[in-house]
Write a protein that binds this ligand. Structure first.
Ligand SMILES: NC(=O)c1ccc[n+]([C@@H]2O[C@H](COP(=O)([O-])OP(=O)(O)OC[C@H]3O[C@@H](n4cnc5c(N)ncnc54)[C@H](OP(=O)(O)O)[C@@H]3O)[C@@H](O)[C@H]2O)c1
Length: 378
């Protein structure tokens, strides 16, 4: 039956149509490359304390070009993470003046030129930047951690970026640029938390806190792995959405301040096996109350502030393993992409803004009324 369908004339027409579309895509990429090489300036946003309160301003800057080991990328989409808002408000890490730096760690686009020594990519390839430009594989190093995009190395909220070829990965074929742009920080963080240290097994319970970027990726990955994700939110509407995406259980942390008991009940009092701990000070003690013996707690964020009183006795009693997570390496990104491709996972995007609306994207990220990821199309 299947063989006959492949051999029918419509199939051949489609095959020749796809070849034509492929040739057209290469022609468009070449045309973009030629027009980009004629272009001398481009637009990019920069952090700016003079920008009428929005914290970012549009600037016209010289076009970058690809050095011998670099790839010139026409950025097509970027996504926001909580860290980007902290940088905007100058309270990320040690804080300090970020004026003139380019915001956002996460972006995806099309390769439009390659340097003479480049071997990993060709013109027309669809790529995303890795979060730490110099954390390629293995354990983290000080040098790797100092290379986060959207900090002192340039960010992705720009029309073009010249990147070392090692600091890029191909995005899965079934994803759009908008979807690919959501992966580098939130996606890799959720992936590493679930699979690197105490790999998630089928039927295990996973606790996800809130319905932001990291947690919704955790939900998608846990569901695809046949595990049982339980997610919390301040909104019943968002919890309904989470159930549609495969949440096994839900709890409203605003309506029920003792949500950890509700979570435990959902597990039949066994407790959860994995926690993606993004809440910090207010959630960590409760997440531990909801946890099973020998569980794994991935310490990721501090949405309610960073934890100060760690309930050491509870940790000892549980025999829980605690791992501090800081996104991950390029190898982690590539392993995640293979999983995303295998399970045909599509990131959840709440809203896509145009480039000119970038300040509004930051506003939405700050006010919290979104589910999953916020994207800007460039
Ligand atoms: N260590 C790392 O590698 C790493 C990587 C990425 C992110 N992070 C950190 O992880 C945290 C989450 O990042 P994100 O980008 O996923 O954030 P996000 O997309 O901004 O998530 C925000 C959502 O989290 C929920 N939330 C807010 N305050 C909460 C609280 N007190 N308790 C429980 N849920 C709360 C809300 O969901 P509802 O509206 O559903 O209530 C809110 O919409 C941030 O602190 C971020 O800095 C760390």
């Amino acid at each position: 039956m299947r063989l006959r369908r492949q051999m029918n004339p419509r199939g051949r027409v489609w095959a020749s149509k796809s070849a034509a579309i492929g040739r057209l895509a290469i022609l468009v990429a070449c045309f973009t490359a030629v027009s980009a090489s004629a272009q001398t300036t481009m637009r990019q946003y920069q952090f700016s304390s003079d920008s009428s309160g929005s914290g970012i301003a549009l600037a016209e800057v010289p076009m970058p070009s690809a050095g011998p080991n670099e790839v010139l990328v026409r950025v097509r989409a970027v996504s926001l993470n909580r860290r980007d808002v902290s940088m905007l408000r100058r309270n990320y890490g040690r804080g300090g003046n970020t004026d003139g730096q380019i915001p956002l760690s996460d972006g995806a686009g099309e390769v439009i030129a390659v340097g003479a020594n480049v071997t990993r990519f060709s013109v027309g390839d669809r790529v995303a930047g890795i979060f730490f430009e110099r954390w390629i594989d293995g354990n983290r190093t000080a040098e790797g951690l100092a290379s986060a995009r959207g900090g002192s190395p340039g960010g992705m909220l720009t029309e073009y970026v010249a990147s070392h070829e090692d600091a890029l990965v191909a995005i899965p074929d079934h994803l759009s640029y908008e979807e690919g742009a959501t992966l580098p920080c939130a996606g890799v963080t959720a992936w590493v938390s679930l699979f690197n240290y105490d790999p998630l097994q089928q039927d295990e319970f996973v606790l996800l806190e809130g319905t932001g970027g990291v947690s919704v990726f955790g939900l998608l990955f846990a569901e695809a792995a046949g595990a049982r994700p339980i997610i919390t939110s301040s909104s019943n509407e968002k919890l309904e959405r989470a159930r549609e995406l495969g949440a096994y259980g839900t709890a409203n942390y605003r309506e029920n301040p003792d949500w950890q008991r509700e979570v435990r009940e959902i597990t039949g009092d066994a407790g959860v096996d994995h926690v993606l701990e993004v809440g910090g000070r207010d959630t960590l003690p409760k997440a531990l109350e909801a946890s099973a013996f020998d569980s794994h707690i991935a310490i990721i964020g501090g949405l309610s502030g960073f934890a100060s009183d760690v309930p050491v006795g509870t940790l000892m009693g549980l025999g829980a393993t605690v791992t501090g997570i800081y996104v991950g390496s390029r190898a982690d990104f590539e392993a995640m992409n293979a999983f995303i491709t295998e399970h045909q996972i599509r990131p959840v995007i709440d809203r896509v803004f145009d480039f000119e609306e970038a300040p509004a994207a930051f506003d939405l990220m700050e006010n919290g009324s979104f589910f999953g990821k916020i994207v800007i199309r460039i």
